[in-house]
Design a protein around this ligand. Structure first.
Ligand code: XMP
Length: 315
């Protein structure tokens, strides 16, 4: 790649030429879409609309965090609260592939509506080199159909502009740092969001459980990394199992839910090794989850599987 500053200058000049009208981008808060939105804003200003779809499946505080980032970056944006629509599409769906399809389709519908309303003729996407290199061999997609806000269908009637097409993740992060995009060091988060960490029907109640558990796992691991007890893993989160198990609460029998702690190290997500989380950190995660969520969760287990044979996410 060129130097970061030169890349930014060229990308902005290029987009000025390619986008004579209105453009739209779907922003998830992830580094690829945020960097693309920042570059497009430098090129066309308010002729770009960044749309963040709140699917109701996002992590704790995520929507507000993304709102703050978009505001600080002075990007023209709109946040769509589509939670009800998404939960309706997911009603009764438990099969992982059907969940992914339902979410992807609903996302396209919501986004299309916004594009039409704004009158966008251009679609900016945060596609990066591994996205098209990987889709060439098709290996990843035969395992799970990835939903990605950068992967909207090309037949939406808009001209697609992809400023990060030739970049790899570390290069995108360098551009993000140069542009002051705060999501530059965020851990990867799947397009279908918490829905694929909820091995059951995706209801607002189940999502609330996995959301809180994910927050606790992230918070405890970040604290442990900050105090030097462990390195920050590549990805770390919680999964909610459909299984219930027997426990005791006070002197009463309880029949509660199970949370899995998943934490892995990886270079690119294609293979992964489970993290060796120190015992005392596992203790604090387990005690905090079963203490603060005692009405829902009475068991916490630790996933000690690599990829392969497992995948990183459970669905
Ligand atoms: P798996 O579970 O396939 O995940 O081992 C590999 C990496 O990809 C993330 N992931 C996704 N990312 N859309 C995305 O943008 C998706 O549909 C999706 N599914 C999984 C996962 O979190 C891990 O980092």
């Amino acid at each position: 790649m060129l130097g970061t500053d030169e890349f930014i200058k060229n990308a902005v000049e290029d987009m000025k030429k390619k986008i004579p009208g209105k453009a739209i981008i779907a922003c998830s808060g992830g580094v690829d879409s945020m960097v693309s939105a920042a570059l497009a804003t430098l090129a066309v200003g308010d002729r770009l609309l960044a749309v963040y779809v709140d699917t109701g499946l996002m992590r704790k505080g995520e929507t507000e965090e993304v709102r703050g980032m978009l505001q600080d970056m002075r990007i023209n944006f709109k946040i769509i609260d589509a939670a009800e629509e998404f939960f309706a599409s997911l009603k009764g769906v438990t099969d992982p592939e059907k969940k992914r399809k339902a979410i992807g389709e609903r996302f396209i519908r919501v986004f299309e509506r916004e594009a039409k309303e704004f009158g966008a003729e251009y679609l900016v996407q945060g596609t990066i080199a591994p996205d098209w290199i990987e889709s060439g061999d098709g290996v990843r997609d035969t395992i799970k159909s990835h939903h990605n806000v950068g992967g909207l269908p090309k037949d939406m009637g808009m001209t697609v502009v992809e400023p990060l097409w030739n970049l790899y993740k570390d290069e995108v992060r360098a551009v993000a740092r140069a542009l002051g995009v705060r999501s530059s060091e965020r851990q990867p988060f799947p397009g279908p969001a918490l829905a694929v960490r909820c091995l059951d029907e995706v209801t607002p109640e189940n999502i609330a459980i996995v959301r809180e558990a994910c927050f606790i796992v992230e918070d405890e691991i970040k604290k442990a990394a900050d105090s030097g007890k462990m390195d920050l893993p590549w990805q770390y989160f919680a999964v909610l199992l459909p299984t219930r198990s027997v426990g005791v609460q006070g002197d009463r029998r309880a029949y509660g839910r199970t949370i899995v702690v998943r934490s892995i190290s990886s270079i690119d997500g294609m293979t992964a090794a489970y993290s060796k989380i120190p015992q005392e950190v596992l203790d604090s995660i387990s005690t905090r989850i079963t203490g603060t969520m005692k009405d829902q969760v009475n068991r916490v287990v630790y996933d000690i599987t690599n990829k392969p044979p497992a995948t990183i996410e459970w669905e």
